[in-house]
Design a protein around this ligand. Structure first.
Ligand code: GLC
Length: 749
């Protein structure tokens, strides 16, 4: 009975939606017949010029006068890069009270990992494997940004990154599709909230699509992803975020297989709109429309504007292609006004849902109250604590404060308030950053000696006599190393991933001083740190941890908090291994740990080395695999068993196992479940993450747990171009990282 009523309701919705010019399928952004009526009433009043004005977005930070007349004449639908509430209100006043139809502006900003209170960079957020915590942080970012009038963020970035040379690996959730999708959903929910009140900030899922596969890890470069790779690896996080209700999406700079995304009808119109039913707003990346001329895809701005609108783009960020050419393109018949109407509907729909018509202005007096609120800083600290990954520990950690009198703090990231915030922290004010040095000095007054050793992370230095002398006088050495913020993020790809400058030499000198050394690396990417590992007793990896990184790291180092972070990307042994990721194909010659050059003498001859897919000098395993991270305790997995030997395609795989805390401290384990499809109509990855959860156990505690994986989650786009679960043999692992555990087998019939 219930199903009949539901189906009847959907029919009513579909008929009502069709009557309002909306696609007759459930809205992905939660529009209603009332919203659609408002949109259509407004659209009916608009001139063609005013419609095209809504499709124009300008970067208007700093001076209202630059764009006041354009706004007044209805030529601007959105501004970005203005965050001053007074100026935002002035822009809105002109739009609402001085333009003919009074349509409010959509005010956008890159609020990527926090607004004023800066959280760890998104790669660090992913390392927490804690979607609920990430959602909490996104909600805080929305509270702070909307309080100043920003109602649209260009986040989350969902680009899968398998090559750490790419600087924007910092901004995404790493190499895995499942983790990326869960993080994207969490950020969409956090930004947009649960009701369209004035703290709702439209999310923008980006960069659509495949941008992270840039050739050579060189930002903006071409990608060559097949449709199957798109559908099995790169598109699922976007589809998940659309299902989570993301209001907007941004096209990417790259050309994939020769077609720039901003002109790619197949991904925007056919997949995003046609298959997924997305009825939100599609915006270009900054001048990505204009860049199609550089790509050699369009001869001039008129042509690329035509290509973009035909592909299904609604709003033009900073090419001025729509505002300059669409009216003529419509009059010439090259573009139908109905297509303009569809684009403007998508824009107006978002503005109505955000309540901008009812509440276009921000309360300037209240704007500052929420910034850096104590509960925001507390959340940022908790997130930084969960985002840090313990990669090595010979037992030196956690430090016992009662047993270390003098603490030497050193390294270029020990007191770097700007760099600690990481890339894309536009509105994070370094004055609010609490660095490790500040946190340790506050916690241990009179016991911290600070000798930086290097003034910045690229400084070269021959000798470190001052630091070594200080180390000899200390009980423990805390070295904070890594990357300055500028070395990752947009346009900042690297061909050498070793610690820059003389940082490795500094660490070696500290090691030689003979005191316990704890290294903490703050970076925007997984650096190649193999050569540094012998020179420290422990290494904590904190992907630029944000405003509260200092207190978080102090709490981790002294054991107030137990590390639980896991690597969201593979850590390479050398950059020559790139790209290297855990969910690779088996190939016909899978690497099984064959002999390396170092294992044999110079006259070994041909027969001593392996003939499989690997490097003679570095093998084919990473230094640290995806999903890896240590704790101050240890965990054991046992009794893994499945409830059945085979499952129907609509079934659920139930795997039970026992997790034990075999150490002496309470800790939290990120339990991970991986599945391998042994034989498919196309070759399949050696394993794929299909579930993760955080489990806290007391020392000695064991708990029986059950992981449920719907068989439907094993579907993939196969040789026949459809998505389905293929019958056959599968393996399942449940472990603490992607390289551990023994599988159990099952079949799908
Ligand atoms: C940049 C980035 C994009 C950002 C936009 C607006 O070039 O590629 O991620 O949101 O421009 O700043």
């Amino acid at each position: 009975m219930k199903k009949t009523i539901r189906n009847l309701f959907l029919v009513v919705i579909a008929v009502a939606a069709a009557a309002c010019g909306r696609p007759s399928r459930p809205s992905t952004i939660g529009t209603t017949p009332e919203v659609e009526r408002r949109v259509d009433r407004l659209l009916a009043q608009m001139t063609l010029a005013e419609k095209i004005g809504q499709m124009n977005q300008v970067s208007a930070g700093g001076a209202v006068s630059n764009y006041a007349e354009s706004v007044r004449s209805g030529q601007v639908g959105s501004i970005l890069n203005e965050v001053d509430p007074v100026r935002i209100n002035e822009f809105q006043r002109i739009a609402v009270e001085e333009s003919r139809l009074g349509i409010p502006l959509l005010v956008g900003r890159d609020v990527i990992h926090g607004f004023h209170t800066v959280f760890p960079i998104p790669l660090g957020l992913a390392a927490s494997f804690d979607p609920a915590l990430v959602e909490e942080g996104a909600r805080i970012a929305a509270l702070e940004a909307t309080a100043q009038g920003v109602r649209w963020t260009f986040s989350p970035m969902l680009d899968i990154a398998r090559d750490p040379r790419w600087g924007r690996i910092a901004e995404g959730s790493g190499e895995d599709t499942w983790l990326d999708a869960r993080m994207g959903e969490a950020m969409v929910r956090g930004y947009q909230g649960t009701q369209w009140d004035t703290t709702a900030m439209a999310a923008c899922i980006k960069h659509f699509v495949g941008y992270g596969a840039a050739e050579g890890g060189r930002d903006y470069n071409s990608t060559f992803l097949t449709e199957r790779q798109l559908r099995n690896i790169y598109l699922p996080p976007f589809e998940a975020a659309v299902k989570a209700g993301a209001l907007t999406l941004m096209t990417s700079f790259n050309d994939n297989d020769g077609v720039p995304s901003t002109g790619n009808k197949f991904v925007v119109k056919d997949i995003l709109r046609g298959e997924w039913g997305f009825d939100g707003l599609v915006v270009t990346d900054w001048n990505s429309m204009g860049e199609m001329i550089s790509h050699g895809y369009g001869a001039d701005r008129r042509e690329v504007a035509l290509q973009a609108v035909r592909a299904g783009v609604d709003m033009d960020m900073m090419t001025f292609g729509f505002i300059s050419h669409l009216e003529e393109l419509v009059h010439s018949g090259a573009v139908r006004e109905a297509d303009i109407d569809a684009a403007v509907r998508n824009i107006l729909r978002v503005k109505v849902l955000l309540g901008l018509f009812e509440h276009p202005y921000v309360d300037v007096a209240a704007a500052g109250a929420v910034q850096y609120a104590p509960e925001h800083l507390d959340a940022a600290r908790r997130t930084a604590e969960e985002s840090a990954v313990l990669l090595k520990n010979d037992g030196v950690l956690p430090l016992d404060a009662s047993r270390v009198r003098t603490i030497l703090v050193t390294g270029p990231l020990a007191d770097a308030p700007h760099d600690q915030l990481g890339t894309w922290a536009f509105d994070g004010q370094k004055e609010h950053t609490v660095t490790p040095l500040a946190a340790l000095r506050e916690r241990f007054p009179g016991r911290v000696v600070y000798v930086p050793g290097l003034e910045n992370s690229r400084q070269k230095r021959e000798r470190f006599d001052d630091v070594v002398a200080a180390a000899r006088r200390a009980d423990v050495v805390l070295a904070f190393l890594g990357e300055e913020a500028i070395l990752s993020g947009e346009a900042h790809s690297l061909a050498d991933l070793n610690l820059k400058g003389s940082q490795s030499e500094l660490l070696a000198a500290l090691k030689a001083a003979g005191k316990p050394v704890v290294a903490t690396v703050m970076a925007g990417r997984p650096l190649t740190i193999e050569r540094d590992l012998p020179n420290c007793g422990a290494l904590l990896y904190a992907f630029h941890p944000g405003t509260m990184g200092g207190p978080a790291l102090a709490n981790l180092i002294f054991g107030d908090v137990v590390p639980s972070g896991k690597t969201p990307v593979s850590f390479l042994r050398t950059v020559g291994q790139a790209p290297l990721y855990y969910n690779h194909n088996m190939t016909g010659r899978p690497y099984q740990g064959e002999m390396l050059l170092d294992d044999i003498g110079p006259e070994a001859g041909q027969t001593s080395l392996g003939n499989t897919s690997y490097y003679l000098d570095y093998g084919a395993y990473p230094l640290f695999p995806f999903g890896y991270g240590l704790s101050y305790t240890s965990f054991a997995y046992s009794d893994l068993a499945l409830d059945k030997a085979s499952y129907a395609r609509d079934g659920v795989v139930r795997a039970s196992f026992t997790l034990s805390n075999t150490g002496s401290r309470e800790g939290t384990e990120v339990v991970q479940a991986y599945v391998r499809d042994l034989v498919g109509s196309i070759t399949r990855p050696v394993k794929e993450l299909k579930h993760f959860e955080r489990v806290s156990l007391k020392p000695g505690e064991s708990r029986q747990l059950t992981v449920e994986i719907p068989v439907a989650d094993l579907a993939f786009w196969g040789a026949d171009g459809t998505k389905k679960v293929e019958p056959g043999d599968f393996q399942l692992w449940i472990a603490g990282d992607s390289a551990s555990g023994e599988p159990v087998s099952f079949r799908v019939e």
